[in-house]
Write a protein that binds this ligand. Structure first.
Ligand SMILES: [Zn+2]
Length: 448
């Protein structure tokens, strides 16, 4: 299994190399944690024009920061009405009957072959709901190569079921297998989907000729991905905490992908969720966020609740106003505030508990499953100094932070990105059971 994990990083990232990795999350900041900007003294005594030049000028405007305390930042709770698509997915099947024990489906051993160098053509048969991008991701090839090899027009997103696609694979997961599942009492599209590791919406769409609610005693077609199914139907996964469902996997890169049956961040003493409907992630990412939070509680004396912003929607895809956050492995966390600061006060440098933030970043790093953490460059200086005060040696500070080597340096786990002044944005890795997750391990981040 390890070999293809590596290869996912090496092979597929090329497909996304053209995408800029910096995040533009200014909206996140503007909602709840934007630093006061352009708050110039009325007499213009600092003589710096419109204030843009020093709006990030941490540490030199203490008096102004205090003024911002009166501005309570609204927190947007969950909408009252549940998402109608999810309601449909969770309606119980119609009809009556007895429940039968579910036999395990034989899908083979689920092994993924890696391919070294140039290989022969492989022919892929399109399965229902599969997209052109998804096929490219599955075999670790560039989307534009796949289109070129097969003369697929740029505007074509999906292909007809059974269409033969030829490609030079860089990895070869076992093909999806069609399984005819007999619907039982109590089933729903969601329960069937999560049982087999198939997205509930894809399942519903692939069985469009069935009435909207599944019918007991009839069959539905389930296109099983052997890799995901063997994981979901197997024993518990020792990397995943109890209560976190297996089988939530990402498809594609964070800027252009989706999420299969997302898992919501579970309740945890260390945090609260700002926007629960967008707090869904992959099993792998959520599991390691929980591990990081456990570690944070061990390392840090910080006992306020951290405020978790968005990960992804339940099925991923575009999440307004983010560029990424599409595949369930990006997470925004408001910078931890000092004990005596009111909970919803805007984040300003003097209100941040920089020591707690250092421990938070270290706790994520301990998981070994973080690709990158975005934080404004000027904020990194504060963090660097806090770590120095903790007697963290310089080498370690430089491993963790990009500062002071310039906000374009390909160095450090924490990188500058505009709009990340009031929160960090943590991107987790693709998990080992996600054949179509596209890793950016070979983005221009850390070219060395
Ligand atoms: Zn973000």
């Amino acid at each position: 299994m390890l070999s293809w994990v590596l290869l996912t990083g090496l092979g597929v990232g090329m497909a996304v190399a053209a995408m800029a990795w910096p995040e533009f999350d200014a909206w996140e900041d503007s909602l709840w944690d934007r630093m006061p900007t352009s708050r110039k003294p009325k007499d213009g005594s600092d003589g710096k024009g419109d204030g843009k030049a020093d709006e990030l000028g941490a540490g030199e405007s203490g008096g102004l920061e205090e003024a911002a305390l009166d501005e309570a930042i609204p927190v947007y709770g969950a909408p009252d009405t549940p998402d109608p698509e999810s309601v449909l997915d969770e309606l119980p099947a119609e009809g009556e009957g007895d429940r039968r024990a579910l036999a395990r489906v034989d899908v083979g051993d689920g092994s993924v072959q890696t391919v070294d160098g140039e290989k022969d053509w492989l022919v892929h048969r399109v399965v229902p709901m599969e997209t052109v991008d998804q096929i490219a991701h599955r075999y670790g090839v560039r989307v534009d190569s796949l289109r070129m090899w097969n003369g697929i027009k740029p505007e074509t997103v999906k292909l007809k079921e059974g269409t033969r696609i030829k490609l030079h694979p860089r990895k070869i997961p076992p093909p999806r297998r069609k399984y005819e599942y007999w619907v039982q009492p109590g089933d729903s599209w969601w329960s069937i989907g999560t049982t087999f590791g198939v997205d509930s919406r894809d399942l519903r769409a692939a069985n469009w000729s069935t009435p909207q609610r599944p019918q007991v005693g009839t069959t539905v077609d389930v296109w099983i991905d052997p890799v995901v199914y063997l994981w979901v139907s197997g024993e518990t996964d020792s990397h995943v905490p109890d209560g976190v469902r297996l089988g939530a996997v990402g498809i594609g890169p964070p800027q252009n992908g989706r999420l299969v049956n997302g898992v919501q961040l579970p309740p945890h003493e260390a945090y609260t969720l700002k926007l629960p409907p967008t707090a869904y992630g992959t099993t792998h990412a959520v599991a390691h966020v929980v591990h990081a939070m456990d570690e944070f509680q061990r390392r840090s004396k910080y006992r306020r609740k951290l405020m978790m912003g968005s990960m992804s929607g339940k099925h991923g895809g575009h999440l307004t106003p983010h560029v990424s956050h599409q595949t369930g492995r990006d997470l925004d966390i408001r910078l931890p505030l000092l004990e005596d600061v009111q909970e919803f006060a805007p984040v300003t440098p003097s209100r941040v508990d920089w020591v707690a933030l250092w421990h938070l970043v270290e706790s994520f790093d301990v998981t070994g499953q973080v690709v990158i953490i975005f934080l404004d460059y000027e904020m990194q200086e504060r963090l660097y100094r806090a770590a120095a005060a903790l007697e963290v040696d310089e080498q370690r500070r430089k491993e963790v932070l990009q500062w002071p080597r310039g906000n374009k340096a390909n160095l450090g786990l924490v990188r500058h990105s505009p709009g990340h002044e009031g929160h960090i944005h943590v991107r987790m890795t693709c998990g080992p059971n996600e054949p179509e997750c596209v890793s950016e391990a070979d983005f221009d981040v850390d070219a060395d």
